[in-house]
Each structure stands twice: as C-alpha cells, then as structure tokens.
Ligand binder design. Structure first.
Ligand code: GN1
Ligand code: MG
Length: 345
C-alpha cells in the first residue's frame, strides 16, 4: 500500500484516511486514496506507473497532457480526465526507491466494467472509443512519443518470439509444442497487416491501444459512458488495432484467462461495429472500414503471441496469479483467434 507521504507530494492533507487498491490491470498499481482538507472529504486515484514497461515516464505524461489538453478543446461529448500535478507542478513524483507516482481525479458514481458486459455497454464503449479517435483525428500523431516502442510492430514481436524459443530461458519451449504450432497459423495475418501498413493503405492515426471495457468509465445510475481512461498507450498506430482489441476483449463469452473453450458472441460484434462506426464511418478510409474484423484477428493473434512469448520467457512482463497463467492466456487467445478467422474476416 502506498504511504501517505506520496499523496502529500500532491496535496496539502489535514487528515489521511487511507488507500485501497482498485482495478485489475496487468501493468500499473492503482489505489483510491481518501483524505480530508479543511474538514472536506477528498478522493483521488494514485497510481504507480510501471517504469520497467513504460521506459520513458516523463515523455508518457507529456503524451497524456497533450492529448487531454487537445481533447478538452474538441467537440467531444465525454469527460477528459487530466492528471493532477504535484505541489511543485510536476506530473510525476519519484520516490526514494525510484518508483513513479501520478494522480488522477476520482470520478464519483462511476465504474469501469471488469467482467463480461452486455451489448448496450459494448455499444456505449465502442461509441466512446470511436468519438475519442474522431476527436484526435486532426491531432498531429508525430507529436506523440511511442510509450512502448514497437507496441503493435508484430513483425518485431514475431522475431522476439522466435528468438525466445531459441534461448528457451525457462525450459518451457519443449513442453509447448502444440501452442507454438498453433501460433504459426497467425503468421499470414500478421504479414498481410504489415504489408497494408507499409503501403500506406492503413494510415497512421492517433490510437488508444488498450480498448477494453475496463478502460471506459460508466455512470453507475444511467450506465452511459462517461470517459475513456488509461491513456498510457495512446500513440501513433492504425485504427484496426483499436477496433480489433474491442472485439478481442468484449466479444468472447469468457475472460481472457479462462481455460475452457471460448466462443464469440455475434450480437456483441454487431454492437461494437455499430457503436464504433457511428463515430468513425464518415472519415475512415475504405480499407479501414473493410478490414475491421481482420484487425480483430490480427490483434487477437498478436495478444496470443505476447502471452506465449512471456510464458516462454519465464513470466517477465505480465503479472501472473498462478504458475501457468500466461500459458492458459495464450491458449485462450489462440482459440479466440481461430474462432474469429473461422467466422470469416
Ligand atoms: C495489458 O494492464 P492492462 O490490462 O491495461 C497490456 C495490454 C494487453 C492487456 C492484456 C502496456 O493491459 O496491451 O492487451 O494487458 N498493456 C501493456 O490483458 O502491455
Ligand atoms: Mg492498460
């Protein structure tokens, strides 16, 4: 649990009431903090940024500042959650142990869906992500740093994977033959996405890159989308990955680490498409509009590759909750990849 001395870098606190963990992200650690100022209760989100994964924390915060400042000036129907600076005006506080901390407002009467959602919520979320992309379509993408270099450079991720198989640091490759063989089936999809990126058929846009249900805040009473959150991976990319990651996370009938056979919920895909296109159909190009489900196959295959690579590497990237967690996740995503391809992309 973070010490109150961290929160005191950001606020003049009269009475500290405590911190409690929230959410279940794989990367950062997030807490709700409560305290009093002049007898008034206050709640904020305090987050430790994982600087082993986000290697340029200051540049990342500048991305977030630029994007949220820009969004505030657009015709954008959602709340913009601006980071709160320290008392001396910085967007990050570095503690003695070298951890990076930041603070965001806590949005009362809101929730981030962390489990399977229904089609109404999916439609709402897809519309919010579509509106986010629309509002940023005129933002100069070159002004943003890649907070994780090569995040969706699947060619590079494939090289890392094959390299890891050779090094086999955790001695797991020899026991993962079926998954490694299944992974090969995604290669043609990766190659064709790569060609469309290189040819310019898929233009560079500002993308969110983590478009799961849990990254949209909803109103507890109306169940309307309030805000798109988690801007850590906002960077230049292709729109297919944002739609694709929505299908990957909303459409399956089971969560991404469920060991049972997963299937696709058709009505979900329709809701996502409808919500997303309501904000994007008039400015996406034809290649983008025609390849939305292809993006889903790509991103799901890439996620399988990322989990499988981490399994082979010995669990160095994703938080795991039991020894075979990454392997189970990889199998789940491989099955989902197959289901999306069989659907017809
Ligand atoms: C990570 O921590 P979370 O759940 O927001 C990952 C995403 C993956 C996701 C898989 C920076 O996101 O790219 O799709 O896990 N974020 C990063 O569940 O790698
Ligand atoms: Mg995230």
């Amino acid at each position: 649990m973070p010490d109150q001395s961290i929160a005191r870098q950001f606020f003049t606190i009269d009475r500290w009431l405590g911190a409690q963990p929230v959410g279940n992200g794989h990367i950062n650690d997030t807490y709700r903090i409560d305290f009093e100022v002049a007898g008034m209760p206050q709640a904020f989100l305090l987050q430790r940024l994982n600087h082993h994964i986000f290697r340029r924390p200051e540049a990342l915060m500048q991305n977030i500042r630029k994007v949220s400042d820009y969004l505030s000036l657009q015709d954008y129907a959602y709340q913009v959650i601006h980071p709160i600076p320290t008392l001396d005006g910085k967007l990050l506080y570095t503690d003695e142990a070298g951890n990076y901390w930041r603070v965001f407002p806590f949005v009362e009467n809101s929730y981030a869906p962390e489990t399977l959602v229904d089609t109404k919520i999916a439609f709402e979320a897809a519309r919010a992500y579509g509106a986010f992309a629309r509002a940023l379509r005129t933002f100069p993408a070159v002004e943003l740093v890649e907070t994780i270099p090569g995040f969706h450079d699947t060619d590079r991720r494939w090289e890392v994977f094959t390299d890891m198989l050779e090094k086999n640091p955790a001695q797991r490759a020899q026991h993962s033959g079926a998954e490694i063989a299944a992974m090969q089936e995604a290669l043609p999809v990766f190659e064709s996405i790569s060609r469309m990126k290189k040819s310019g058929a898929l233009p560079l846009r500002v993308t969110h890159n983590d478009t799961k249900a849990g990254n949209v805040l909803f109103d507890t009473n109306t169940h309307k989308a309030l805000a798109v959150i988690d801007l850590d991976t906002v960077m230049p990319g292709t729109i297919l990955s944002d739609f694709g990651d929505m299908v990957r996370t909303f459409a399956p009938d089971k969560p991404e680490d469920n060991p049972m056979a997963v299937s696709l919920r058709q009505e979900m895909i329709a809701a996502l498409r409808e919500g997303f296109l309501s904000e994007t159909a008039d400015w996406l190009n034809a290649t983008e509009r025609q390849h939305l489900m292809y993006g889903a196959a790509w991103i799901t295959g890439e996620q399988a590759l990322r989990f499988l690579t981490d399994w082979i590497a010995g669990d160095v990237y994703y938080k795991i909750h039991y020894p075979e967690h990454n392997l189970i996740r990889a199998r789940n995503q491989l099955a989902l990849f197959r289901a999306i391809v069989e659907e017809g992309v």
